[in-house]
Design a protein around this ligand. Structure first.
Ligand code: PLP
Length: 371
């Protein structure tokens, strides 16, 4: 194995991150306050539009946790959540002592199935426990069916948290992902479309909500000369240094989306005729194509391809294992239809970095074509 490793989705720096970090050092603001945070948040607000108010945090997971706290989710509550996701969407529900109730996917976007969501809400409410929130995910950057989900959420008066960790740059009906629910969350982990090395953000709709989130994210400190606290808070704010990386990354967000979409187009052109299914972009949707995914005919084919790629030092990964199949969640309630399980069995994420070279991509499809 002497060929250079191709990763699934590695960080891709713009080159101007260091400039912002140096400015932070020069100003002396290296703590979780400062101009870089303010600028990073303002740049995100510009991209998201709709008067969004952004709170930069130290992870996407922290953002989901805070959103649940803001909605008053407590011990013993239940929260509806898309099963087909990364575990970071679900863990904060458990941190709060609440119960995740998993909802399976539909075929067009692989995200939450709206009808199943409604079935679950009705059934759980009948049992005497109306869900406190709905967590919907735009997996791999593909927007979920938000019109349908929001309509159901409104009908039953349940707030929506939109996990747009993988979907910065994606849009639905012309509105950016992250602005479609009551709260949105973003992630800037190393593998995401842009990175701050590690970080996240909560997207709120009002300045009051933003202020409340900042308060909770900085240990819920009361207005007093001494340290005084009347409620439990968190240490979740992003550091100003890390925000400097984010400022540099915001300069190239559009380029990163273009590069990811070009990866998808390339794979579809090269492999589309070979019997693989590619997730198509619905009419009212723009996806950032964070990861290009393919569906093979069977588990065995998927594994053959994955192992052949690994042998050539190329990283690929099965589609995310649904939460209702995770050992840690075996005792939780799930409303299933077999779709996310089937996707997990047959699907593969291909290397999708925005820094893939033409030669890398040729190397990847050559291995797949051989099989
Ligand atoms: C990455 C990710 C998160 C969590 O973000 P972190 O910044 O890694 O905590 C949440 N949800 C989804 C769908 C993700 O892909």
């Amino acid at each position: 194995m002497n060929k250079q490793k191709i990763y699934l989705s590695p960080p891709h720096l713009s080159g101007s991150e260091l400039k912002y970090i140096k400015d932070a050092f020069a100003s002396g603001w290296v703590a979780p306050v400062g101009q870089q945070i303010d600028f990073f948040e303002a740049e995100l607000e510009k991209v998201l539009k709709r008067n969004s108010k952004v709170v930069a945090l130290n992870s996407g997971t922290a953002a989901i946790h805070l959103a649940l706290v803001m909605l008053g989710v407590k011990n013993g509550d239940s929260v509806m959540i898309q099963s087909n996701t990364h575990i970071a969407s679900a863990n904060p529900i458990v941190y709060l002592g609440a119960k995740p109730i998993f909802i399976d996917s539909e075929k067009d976007t692989w995200n939450m199935e709206p009808e199943l969501l409604e079935t679950a809400i009705i059934a759980e409410t009948k049992k005497g426990k109306k869900p406190k929130a709905i967590v919907v995910v735009h997996l791999y950057g593909m927007p979920a069916k938000m019109d349908e989900i929001n309509a159901i959420a409104q009908k039953y008066d349940i707030p929506v948290i939109e996990d747009a960790a993988e979907a910065l740059g994606s849009a639905y009906n012309g509105h950016k992902c992250g602005t479609l629910g009551d709260y949105g969350i973003l992630s800037f982990n190393g593998n995401k479309i842009i990175t701050t090395s590690g970080g996240g953000a909560l997207v709120t709709k009002t300045i009051e909500d933003k202020q409340k989130a900042v308060f909770l994210a900085t240990q819920a400190r009361d207005d007093a000369p001494h340290y005084q606290h009347s409620q439990i808070g968190y240490n979740y704010r992003m550091s100003n240094i890390v925000a400097g990386i984010g400022c540099g990354q915001m300069e190239v967000l559009d380029d990163r989306v273009k590069a990811r979409r070009a990866n998808f187009d390339f794979y579809q052109k090269e492999l589309g005729g070979l019997g693989f299914e590619f997730l198509q972009e619905p009419e009212n949707v723009f996806t950032n194509r964070w990861l290009t995914t393919i569906l093979t005919d069977a588990y065995e084919t998927r594994e053959k391809i994955r192992l052949a790629l690994a042998k050539e030092n190329i990283e690929s990964r099965p589609l995310w294992k649904p939460m209702h199949l995770q050992p840690v969640f075996t005792n939780e309630i799930a409303y299933t239809n077999g779709i996310s399980e089937d996707l997990f069995n047959r699907g593969l994420c291909l290397p999708s970095g925005s820094n893939l070279t033409d030669a890398d991509r040729e190397r990847i499809v050559k291995v797949i074509k051989r099989i």
